[in-house]
Each structure stands twice: as structure tokens, then as C-alpha cells.
Design a protein around this ligand. Structure first.
Ligand code: AMP
Ligand code: MN
Ligand code: MN
Ligand code: MN
Length: 280
């Protein structure tokens, strides 16, 4: 049984493998009623997804997943219900993509030095040509036989201390939240259990997030264990945050994750959609 809500998904506009149109079709097919497209640092896929959703009964929530550097660590902030045309948001996105483009070249140079040639080209070919993610490098490195699966590719090449790692210089937490709010959206801390923070550190992140105007925690994520969903539900209740749920779907290649295949929001957490006109 699919969840009626899936508020975190990717398309080929960033590092997903389904076009926005195909993503919406799949969501409709599995019974998702409210879908947010939340590509990394771009709103390019939203128009196509919204056009496809029209007349299907599925409500498409325009979203974003912003890359943020907080305390020398990368944290993702999802925005739900944003106006993709908002100039403040778009200015922020432009700066993020500029860094991303430079970083892709830098990853390529570093891998070259480590004896792996053609990585930048390989990643670019696997992207839409406009937004290059580490995921595209991972797909190239996997195809070239450098590791048995993409998980291991990340571990061996693309994370801290590894040859293809470039330290991030993404958005400030306060700026990211401000852009989302300026664009009329709700800011969400994405997959909070993925950061492997201590409880104290995570609570500090949530505290600062609330201080700058954020009020939603992605309690249920396709990248969380069941146990982690419940831990995050407790944090949401303690901080009086709304709860969001999302698969973080990137395409049919992953066996474990599908659109709409997510647990319900645990009891006692108010859903982020409680005041939306799209109740499903
Ligand atoms: P980027 O924003 O370009 O640094 O890429 C981050 C993306 O890489 C995430 O959104 C995930 O889709 C993917 N990713 C990060 N870590 C892993 C991992 N260990 N295994 C598979 N994919 C990963
Ligand atoms: Mn991704
Ligand atoms: Mn993420
Ligand atoms: Mn994501």
C-alpha cells in the first residue's frame, strides 16, 4: 500500500533517473495523491511535473532540496509549496549551482590525480548537462568498474578524506530557510537521521533551524530505518515541529525505495499538510 503523501522525490532535473513526467506517472500509478518534486538546488523540473499532474487527480507540490553547510557538515533543507518564480529563491539557487558546477570540475581534477581519467566527462554525460551531482560521478565510477555498487563508490571515492571529495561551501542554514519562506514555502530538515549526528548536535541543528524560521522535520524518510522514524518523531514532538514524510526516490534503480513506499507519520506528530487545501 502506498502512502497518499510523498513529499520528497527527485527527477532528471537533478540526480533522479525518471523525467518529471515519468515520475508523476509512476506516482499516479501507485496511488500517491500528493507528490512533492524536490530536486537538488533547481526548480527546472516543476513545470513539466505540474503539467503532467494536471487532470490526473494528483496534486503536485512544487518543492526544492537545498544544499546547506552547517557546522562544516552538509545538511539538506527541503522547501515545500514554494513559488518557483521567486527571485530571492532563484538568486540563491543560482549561487548554489555555480558552486556545484565548479565542484564538479574540481572532483574531476582530483579523480584525475588519483589515476581515474574522464570522470568529469563521464558524470556530465550521465546528467542533464546542467546540474552535476556526486550521484552522476558515482554512476560513472560504477560503470567504469571502480566499485561493485554505488554505495561503495561513495565510500571509496566521494566522501570526506577520499580522492574525489571536495569540501562543501553551500548555503547558510539561515539563508536557505529565508529563501524558502520568501518563496511562500515551508522549510523542512530533510532525512535528519542521515547526518549521523549525536543527539546533542541534532538538537542544536533543530534549535537553530527553529530560530531562523523553520518548523518542519522530515520524520519519515525512505532513507531512515523504522527505528529512526520513531526517534525523529520524538524530536518533532519535543520541538513542536510539524512532521513530513518522503521517500527520497531517485528512480527505479534502487530496489529499496519507491515513490509512495513510506511508513505513515507516527502518532502525536502534526502533519505538515494539516492546513493544506489538498487534504487526501
Ligand atoms: P551532491 O548534492 O552532489 O553532493 O550529491 C548528494 C547526493 O548523493 C544525495 O542526494 C544522494 O542522492 C547521493 N548520495 C549521497 N551519499 C550516498 C551514498 N552513500 N550512497 C548512494 N547515494 C548517495
Ligand atoms: Mn540525491
Ligand atoms: Mn538529501
Ligand atoms: Mn533528496
Amino acid at each position: 500500500m502506498s502512502s497518499a503523501y510523498d513529499l520528497h522525490t527527485h527527477s532528471t532535473a537533478s540526480d533522479g533517473t525518471l523525467s518529471p513526467r515519468a515520475l508523476v506517472r509512476r506516482a499516479v500509478a501507485v496511488g500517491v495523491q500528493v507528490l512533492a518534486l524536490t530536486d537538488h538546488d533547481t526548480t527546472e523540473g516543476i513545470a513539466e511535473a505540474a503539467a503532467e499532474a494536471k487532470d490526473t487527480g494528483l496534486t503536485l507540490i512544487p518543492g526544492i532540496e537545498l544544499s546547506v553547510t552547517w557546522n562544516a557538515q552538509v545538511v539538506h533543507i527541503v522547501g515545500l509549496g514554494i513559488d518557483p518564480e521567486n527571485p530571492e529563491l532563484q538568486n540563491g539557487l543560482r549561487a548554489l549551482r555555480e558552486f556545484r558546477a565548479w565542484r564538479a570540475e574540481e572532483i574531476g581534477r582530483r579523480l584525475e590525480k588519483a589515476g581515474i581519467s574522464g570522470a568529469f566527462e563521464g558524470a556530465r554525460e550521465r546528467s542533464n548537462g546542467e546540474l552535476i551531482s556526486r550521484t552522476h560521478f558515482a554512476r560513472f565510477l560504477f560503470d567504469a568498474g571502480h566499485a561493485p555498487d554505488t554505495r561503495k563508490v561513495f565510500k571509496r571515492f566521494l566522501t570526506q578524506g577520499k580522492p574525489g571529495h571536495v569540501a562543501g561551501c553551500w548555503a547558510d542554514l539561515s539563508d536557505a530557510v529565508a529563501w524558502i519562506i520568501a518563496a511562500g514555502g515551508q522549510a523542512v530538515i530533510a532525512h535528519p537521521a542521515r547526518y549521523r549526528m549525536t543527539r546533542t548536535k541534532l538538537r542544536r541543528l533543530i534549535g537553530e533551524f527553529v530560530e531562523v524560521g523553520g518548523n518542519v522535520l522530515e520524520v519519515v524518510s525512505g532513507s531512515h530505518s523504522k527505528d529512526e522514524n520513531f526517534t525523529m518523531a520524538r524530536h518533532a514532538r519535543e520541538f513542536d515541529l510539524l512532521g513530513s514524510i518522503g521517500s527520497d526516490y531517485h528512480g527505479p534503480e534502487s530496489q529499496w525505495i519507491d515513490v509512495g513506499r513510506i511508513s505513515p507519520l507516527p502518532d502525536g506528530v502534526a502533519p505538515v499538510w494539516q492546513n493544506w487545501p489538498t487534504a487526501a
